[in-house]
Design a protein. Structure first.
Length: 435
């Protein structure tokens, strides 16, 4: 009986409160962060996809690229996220990790290049709609993938001197050797070990895309929507390339295109390519650099000679030089760099980039005849004297270096595309976007 009275009183009390108080609002429906794709033993969520898609839209708008329909851009963004996730998984297995100190250094450098303090840099990111923490993780992702590709793809690429010689000889006879090309690109990719039927279907799809971009479709928008190339989400824009940087599969095609003309289908092992010439310009080949003739004295540090002792020893040598002693003789007698000491400390004529940065920085601030104070590099402690400077035509050596770089870039781009395709084919991916 007591229990029933108490229970009944509670019901009456609740009824009175309900009558006196306004009706409660319906609870907000909280949508769970659903899975849009399973990638091996990991997942991609709708929140991650939405964030990625938002950034892609901002980048395309900044490039004045017309956005394709939302569902198409969403699908392309998801494909890029899947590719990114697969590489991050492999990087983890390979033990590749980018620490916070490296990320901090990169971000500081970016802010300095833009002449912004860190506070100003954060404010700019916030104004543009980017969370600083998200920006940091994007940098970490880019560096991680770059290190992975360097380890598994780039490290296997070798360029022989004969390849460089052949390239330079070809460039001398080519009419387009001094031309730079601004290209946009669409790739309709073939699967690994494609069957004749798959090749036929892919060719038909590529031909349909070609017909559209030659008639009414916007090339950049179409690249964003359908291209399997690495620059798809940049509207297929490859940027301004010198003749030697143009992928070898486009040789004999690019130089025949008029500005805004679109090529026929170009077949490669990766699939079917379409390129558009956005612009071109002539590039002067002569390369003039300022060279420096300098000499130095090096004192290395070890278990016997400390930093302080090396610095003091060089200070005494500097005082003797300023008092009239011969720099060359003191270098021969005291320098730990035996190769240059034999020539009185002379380093010969050096071009920018030949010497380590910490040495170059000190040397560049000296006037001819001036001697530095003792300073430290990765090799030990130095004093350096600039003897003379000159303007030097470095075109031949510059072109050799450029040839080596371009040949490596060509091989890297081709190998990376094939590597990414194999990596994708070997991975388990299940789409749940429309479920």
């Amino acid at each position: 009986m007591i229990q029933r009275i108490i229970f009944g009183s509670a019901l009456v009390c609740f009824a009175l409160i309900a009558q006196a108080a306004p009706a409660p609002e319906k609870p907000a429906i909280v949508e769970l962060d659903r899975i849009v794709a399973i990638v091996n033993d990991d997942v991609i969520t709708s929140t991650q996809l939405d964030s990625y898609l938002k950034n892609i839209k901002k980048q395309l708008q900044q490039r004045n690229t017309k956005l394709p329909p939302h569902d198409i851009l969403q699908r392309q963004s998801l494909e890029r996220l899947i590719q990114e996730r697969i590489q991050l998984q492999l990087a983890k297995k390979q033990g590749i990790r980018i620490d916070d100190e490296t990320i901090n250094t990169v971000i500081n450098n970016i802010s300095k290049q833009n002449r912004l303090s860190m506070k100003q840099f954060r404010e700019v990111l916030k104004r543009d709609g980017y969370e600083f923490s998200e920006f940091r993780e994007n940098i970490r992702t880019e560096f991680t993938i770059a290190q992975l590709q360097k380890k598994l793809v780039e490290s296997r690429i070798n360029i022989s001197e004969q390849e460089v010689e052949n390239y330079l000889a070809q460039q001398k006879t080519a009419n387009n050797a001094q031309t730079q090309y601004h290209l946009a690109h669409i790739l309709i990719a073939l699967p690994e070990a494609a069957t004749p039927e798959q090749i036929k279907q892919t060719r038909a799809k590529a031909q349909d895309v070609l017909n559209k971009v030659r008639s009414v479709a916007d090339f950049k928008q179409t690249a964003v929507a359908v291209s399997d190339g690495q620059h798809a989400l940049k509207g297929g824009d490859l940027g301004l390339l010198e003749a030697g940087q143009v992928p070898s599969i486009f040789d004999g095609v690019v130089d025949k295109l008029e500005i805004n003309q679109i090529s026929d289908l170009i077949r490669s092992a990766s699939g079917f390519h379409i390129i558009k010439l956005l612009g071109k310009k002539e590039n002067k080949q002569q390369h003039i650099v300022q060279q420096t003739m300098a000499r130095h004295i090096l004192i290395k540090t070890d278990q016997i000679t400390s930093d302080a002792q090396a610095q003091q020893q060089l200070q005494r040598l500097l005082e003797r030089i300023n008092s009239g002693d011969d720099f060359a003789k003191l270098s021969q007698a005291s320098s730990d760099d035996k190769a240059s000491a034999a020539n009185g400390g002379s380093l010969g004529w050096s071009s920018p980039g030949m010497l380590v940065p910490e040495f170059q920085e000190v040397m560049d601030k000296l006037a001819p005849g001036e001697i530095s104070r003792p300073f430290k590099s990765r090799f030990g402690w130095h004093i350096v004297q600039v003897i003379s400077r000159r303007q030097h035509d470095d075109t031949e050596q510059f072109n050799r270096g450029k040839a080596h770089k371009y040949l490596k870039e060509r091989k890297l781009n081709e190998d990376r595309q094939n590597w990414l395709r194999r990596l994708r084919d070997e991975s388990f991916v299940e789409y749940q976007l429309n479920r």
